[in-house]
Design a protein around this ligand. Structure first.
Ligand SMILES: [Mg+2]
Length: 288
């Protein structure tokens, strides 16, 4: 007698997180934060997608964080590997030709990124540890068998100091474990640290909001994002909490949003936010 073994399978299969979850999460977090960049914590309260503000952009406009992330995706997709020269070329196409932008306009360019792209070499001094490589590194979590030295090299296209390259390595490794469905608390407790500069991750979930800075310094942004994820129960809550920390709102939103997208999934992004997101065709074109 024929036995239908399919009947023994669970009705709903657990979906493995994909690049779509992460990139849309990042773009939404970026766009939510753009109008509020540099606004001090406590002086505003975001409850929905808004427009204008800091850069005068319409609602749903994402910034350099998403543009450089898409440029990286595009290069990896078309080259089939990590080709540093090609990624740099895509960055130049963004900065000088406005490719990979939401509305055809380049805005919110960090000084380290601008200088490094111009001269073709990342900045390596201690002052050049803004969050400009952390905000664009998430695509590497979806590259099979990615090596830590490759993550460091992609960071170093603009941000070559060890603190920035290590932050990118840790962030990508966290993303890779989340993709494998490892619980966030276990990751924070057990993940291998690139250096003692990152010991704080063991207890970041217990910090008070007043201990969290949300500046453009790479460690502040990473701490803010990992704290938000540990203190949220949904994509919606994570993004609003991240942006409402103030200061570097778009990048804290983007760095948080990519991981929140992996944790909660593309389907968890509120439809009203997705419907306002600019240039979704470009995002679709760059996914691999
Ligand atoms: Mg930005």
């Amino acid at each position: 007698m024929f036995e239908n073994k399919m009947q023994n399978l669970p009705i709903t299969m657990t979906k493995c997180p994909t690049m779509r979850d992460a990139i849309y999460g990042l773009a939404i977090g970026d766009a939510m934060g753009v109008p509020w960049e540099f606004t001090p914590r406590g002086s505003f309260c975001v409850t929905d997608m808004t427009g204008y503000g800091t850069y005068g952009q319409p609602a749903g406009t994402w910034s350099d964080d998403t543009a450089l992330t898409l440029a990286t995706c595009y290069s990896i997709k078309h080259r089939g590997c990590i080709d540093l020269a090609d990624i740099l070329n895509c960055f130049r196409n963004w900065l000088y030709k406005a490719q990979f932008t939401a509305t055809g306009e380049v805005f919110d360019v960090g000084s380290t990124t601008r200088i490094a792209i111009g001269r073709g070499e990342g900045e390596s001094d201690e002052q050049s540890n803004g969050n400009g490589s952390l905000m664009r590194i998430i695509p590497l979590a979806f590259v099979k068998d990615i090596k830590e030295q490759e993550i460091a090299a992609v960071s170093a296209l603009t941000h070559a100091h060890r603190l920035s390259t290590d932050a990118c390595i840790l962030y990508v490794n966290i993303a890779r474990q989340l993709i494998q469905k490892v619980p966030l608390q276990l990751i924070y407790r057990n993940i291998a640290l690139p250096s003692s500069d990152f010991e704080w991750i063991r207890s970041i979930d217990t910090w008070l909001e007043s201990e969290i800075k949300s500046s453009g310094y790479v460690l502040d942004t990473l701490q803010a994002s990992l704290w938000v994820l540990a203190n949220s129960d949904s994509f919606y809550e994570a993004i609003l909490k991240a942006v409402n920390l103030g200061d570097d709102t778009d990048t804290v939103g983007a760095v948080t949003g990519a991981l929140a997208g992996i944790i909660y999934g593309y389907q968890s992004i509120p439809e009203i936010w997705m419907s306002q997101l600019q240039n979704r065709d470009l995002i679709e074109e760059c996914l691999f």
